[in-house]
Design a protein around this ligand. Structure first.
Ligand code: NAD
Length: 486
């Protein structure tokens, strides 16, 4: 780390507490922003995304040393615009207090739930989708009436700077603020007493963040990683599976939290799958080095990590199948070809660590039960992909497996789907954003009882044993008889 980073970190560190204080004060003065104010904030963000579109492509391209504007459009800008449009349309309904059932013990009275903004939401982001993963939680937080502080990733500095410029162009710092800097800043950031903290990143760091938040009893939404399996049923056309998986796996060169991490393939189809998968990749990306469509690896460190996985697999006897021509010398670039790993063992790093890059192990199975047992024996993944035209069998998979989300006959597409929640389970995370669940996640569901002028409670009150109390007990005894257990 050079001196500039140090001085930037130092200045960011001193900003943290005053920023949070300013945001908390501003929130306290307008604790329940009206619908129009929330729509205004979302619309400002919408306009800023349109105004800065080209600059966003360029900043991400610079951070990755090569990422296609089409991927940025498909995976960052469009889903953000759609996410804003989603809340714009439904916010009024989500904000409405709900009437709930008022039980006899509170009668006469009304029961309601009010969805109240929490206050200031902290958002910690990774480098792989530096705009989408910062702004998608922000959209939910703003829709629910909160203010927010965003900590960008030190590994996507151009994007972090641009994000700061964009948000500063439309928001006051006490509404939305951006903090840049390295691990030291991130550590202090997560120690701040936010009203809610969203962390997107790796599972090990997620544990550290949750520990820090526990000190303040700050509720967390953890969007973590893990190994998301793709299971291909024996009856599913193998070429179709190969093409669909190749599309998802190649996006961002596999640097996606929900990227298919390994494939469970019927044993007799492993060979066919592998060659069709490689064909599909080569068709989409005939060359790599000068091809702007194929994303590079974010850093030398990440590239070394992925190469270590491949060397380790090779040394332990795996077969590697690499897409693209071996004539292309990628040595001095950060591009890395898509590689299938066959004949894996559990000891290999590719089967122990989340891959997060263009490497895909293909694991043979003999029966679908065996494939499902394999998944069940491992940590609950962020996503599960199942390829099968048979809806009954697919429904069975939905009922018997646990994962953050599922795509049947596809991969990745549950992330940009606005009307369903997104989030992990267990080691792949907790809490949700997107959709109605996202709005609720960033709101306090406050239970409210309203009583009127008539107060029957006074009639039941002590001295106990009075007539009203005995009447109530008589009624309740009739209501609550033992039930028959079938
Ligand atoms: P990371 O965990 O290394 O870093 C994420 C963020 O945490 C960064 O902003 C970093 O500054 C901060 N950080 C690092 N150390 C910290 C500490 N000790 N205390 C507090 N904050 C700290 O993750 P990454 O390499 O940026 O991203 C890759 C990981 O993120 C993968 O595991 C991937 O699966 C996961 N991910 C998950 C989702 C999701 O939505 N579930 C999305 C994208 C990425």
């Amino acid at each position: 780390m050079n001196m500039n980073h140090h001085s930037d970190d130092a200045s960011q560190l001193t900003r943290l507490e005053p920023l949070l204080k300013a945001q908390k004060n501003a929130f306290a003065s307008t604790p329940m922003p009206e619908l129009n104010e929330r729509l205004r904030r979302l619309n400002l963000l919408h306009n800023a995304l349109l105004a800065y579109r080209e600059q966003i492509y360029t900043a991400i391209d610079a951070d990755f040393s090569g990422r296609s504007s089409a991927e940025t459009e498909m995976a960052e800008i469009l889903p953000l615009l759609e996410g804003i449009a989603y809340y714009r349309k439904r916010l009024k309904k989500f904000m409405k207090p709900q009437r709930r059932h008022a039980s006899l013990t509170i009668a006469p009275g009304k029961a309601e739930v009010h969805y109240q903004p929490l206050g200031v939401v902290g958002i910690v982001t990774p480098w792989n989708f530096p705009f989408f993963l910062a702004l998608s939680p922000l959209i939910g937080a703003l829709a629910a009436g909160n203010r927010a502080m965003i900590k960008t990733s030190e590994f996507a500095p151009a994007s972090g700077e641009l994000l700061r410029t964009i948000l500063a162009s439309v928001f006051q710092e006490d509404e939305v603020a951006v903090v840049t800097g390295g691990v030291e800043v991130a550590t202090e950031f997560t120690r701040l007493p936010f009203d809610h903290l969203v962390f997107t990143g790796s599972t090990p760091v997620g544990k550290i963040v949750m520990r820090a938040a526990a000190e303040n009893l700050t509720p967390v939404t953890l969007e973590l990683g893990g190994k998301s399996p793709a299971i291909i049923h024996d009856e599913f056309p193998i070429g179709e599976a190969a093409r669909r998986l190749a599309f998802g796996k190649c996006m961002n060169a596999g640097q996606i939290c929900v990227s298919p991490d390994y494939v469970l393939c019927p044993r007799n189809k492993v060979h066919e799958f592998s060659s069709l998968f490689i064909d599909a990749v080569e068709q989409a990306y005939p060359t790599l080095k000068e091809n702007p469509d194929y994303t590079a690896i974010i850093s030398e460190r990440q590239k070394n990590r992925l190469e270590r996985y491949l060397n380790d697999a090779r040394a332990q006897g795996a077969q590697l199948m690499t897409a693209g021509s071996s004539n292309e010398n990628l040595r001095n670039t950060r591009k890395m070809p898509m590689t299938l790993v066959l004949d894996t063992t559990e000891e290999m790093l590719v089967m122990q660590e989340e891959i997060f890059g263009p490497i895909l192990p293909v694991i043979p199975y003999d029966s679908i039960e065996e494939a499902l047992d394999y998944v069940a024996a491992r940590e609950r993944p962020l996503a599960l992909y199942y390829f099968d035209w048979n809806q009954k069998r697919a429904d069975h998979i939905l009922k018997t497996t646990h994962s953050g989300g599922v795509c049947i006959n596809d991969s990745l597409s549950h992330v940009p789907a606005d009307d369903i929640p997104f989030g992990g389970i267990g080691p792949s995370g907790m809490g949700h954003y997107h959709g109605e669940e996202g709005f609720r996640n960033f709101s306090k569901a406050k239970g409210v009882i309203r009583k009127g002028r008539i107060n029957t409670a006074a009639l039941v009150a002590p001295p106990w044993g009075n007539l009203m109390y005995r009447g109530l007990m008589w009624f309740m005894e009739k209501k609550y008889r033992p039930v028959k257990i079938k």
